[in-house]
Write a protein that binds this ligand. Structure first.
Ligand SMILES: [Zn+2]
Length: 128
């Protein structure tokens, strides 16, 4: 039935989202996630991606772009780890920065961060 197409903006927004509970890709207009059965929160309110400053699983969402750039340019001293809340790892990077090993690891991490699909997924996977 096409009589339900009252939301004109729906054509300009991508029609799938990530489940807020299990991370599976689900239809935007689905009432429940078919994978884990949790309610589709995006269906209730205006649909938008989670932004830095929002929270997911009790974590404050961080910008994957900021973290990625920090990792690429300052990763040798662990700045991206501090940014993501991993203070302990950040200190390890800082202690071993002179070996250049942290810089190499951070280079890879920066690329991984920048290729994450969105900030929510990035935060869920890599932030504390
Ligand atoms: Zn789910």
């Amino acid at each position: 039935m096409s009589d339900t197409e009252i939301t004109t903006q729906s054509t300009t927004i991508k029609n799938s989202i990530f489940c807020s509970s299990c991370g599976a890709s689900i239809a935007l207009d689905a009432a429940f996630c078919p994978h884990c059965g949790s309610p589709n929160k995006a269906n209730e309110k205006a649909v938008r991606e989670a932004q830095p400053g929002d929270t997911v699983d009790g974590k404050i969402i961080k910008s994957r772009i900021a973290a990625g750039l920090l990792a690429l340019f300052l990763g040798g001293i662990g700045v991206h780890k501090f940014y993501c809340g991993s203070v302990g790892l950040g200190i390890v990077y800082l202690i071993f920065f002179w070996t250049f090993i942290p810089a190499i690891i951070a280079l890879i991490e920066g690329i991984i961060y920048l290729t994450q699909p969105n900030d929510e997924t990035f935060t869920r996977r890599y932030c504390v």
